[in-house]
Design a protein around this ligand. Structure first.
Ligand code: GAR
Length: 200
C-alpha cells in the first residue's frame, strides 16, 4: 500500500481528483494518510474532512520565523510517514532540507507544459494569464519530481490542452484542470503505486 501525504493551499480540486480516483479504483493500492495545508481556511481541508482523512493546517502566521514554520511543516509530513508527498496546488516553496530528505519522493502538478510558464511567480491563475498574454495555442499540465529548484525537477507526465478563441484565464484554468491535471496526477500516483514509476 502506497501511503501518500497531500499538501494543499486552496480549493483542493486536485486533492478531490485523487480522493475520487482512489474511491473508484483508478488509483489502486494507495491511501492518503494526511492532508497538510498552509492555509487554515483552505477548502481543501473540508474536502479532506468529508472524506475522513486526517488533515492539519501549518500556517506561517503561527510561527515566529520562517525556519520554525519550515520545521513544523517537515514534522507534519514526517509524522504521517508517507512513501510519497504530493504537492497538489501547494503554493509554498519547499524547505531545502525537506527536498533533500524526501529526494525523488515528492511530486508536483503544475498547470503548464514545463518549461513554458513555470518557475518563480508562475502559479495558479497567473500561469494561464501568461499563456494567454503570450498567445500560445497549446498549453497543458505537467507532473514532475520536485528538486531544489522551482519547477525544475524531472518531468514524469505531461498532457496538452488547446487554447480556444475568447478564453479567459478562468475558463482556460478550468479546461486545463478537467482535461489534464485531474487525469495525469491520479494516473501518475497509480503508476507509482504499481511500481511502474520508480520513486526514491
Ligand atoms: C492547480 O491548477 C495547480 O496546478 C496549481 O494550482 C492550482 C490548485 O488548484 N499549482 C501551481 O500553480 C503550482 N505552481 P486546486 O487547489 O483546486 O487543486
Amino acid at each position: 500500500m502506497l501511503k501518500i501525504a497531500v499538501c494543499v493551499s486552496g480549493g483542493g480540486t486536485n486533492l478531490q481528483a485523487i480522493i475520487d480516483a482512489i474511491a473508484d479504483g483508478r488509483i489502486k493500492n494507495t491511501e492518503i494518510v494526511r492532508v497538510i495545508s498552509n492555509k487554515k481556511d483552505a477548502y481543501a481541508l473540508e474536502r479532506a474532512a468529508k472524506a475522513g482523512i486526517d488533515a492539519v493546517a501549518v500556517a506561517r502566521g503561527d510561527y515566529p520565523d520562517k525556519e520554525s514554520f519550515q520545521d513544523a511543516l517537515i514534522s507534519a509530513v514526517d509524522e504521517a510517514a508517507p512513501d510519497l508527498v504530493v504537492l497538489a496546488g501547494f503554493l509554498v516553496v519547499l524547505p531545502e532540507k525537506m527536498v533533500a530528505k524526501y529526494n525523488r519522493r515528492i511530486i508536483n502538478i503544475h498547470p503548464s507544459l514545463i518549461p513554458s510558464f513555470c518557475g518563480d511567480g508562475f502559479y495558479g491563475l497567473r500561469v494561464h494569464e501568461a499563456a494567454l498574454a503570450r498567445g500560445v495555442k497549446v498549453t497543458g499540465a505537467t507532473v514532475h519530481f520536485v528538486d531544489e529548484g522551482t519547477d525544475t525537477g524531472p518531468i514524469i507526465k505531461q498532457k496538452a490542452v488547446e487554447i480556444l478563441e475568447g478564453d479567459t484565464p478562468e475558463v482556460l484554468q478550468k479546461r486545463v484542470m478537467e482535461q489534464a491535471e485531474w487525469k495525469i496526477l491520479p494516473a501518475t500516483i497509480n503508476e507509482i503505486a504499481a511500481g511502474k514509476i520508480k520513486i526514491g
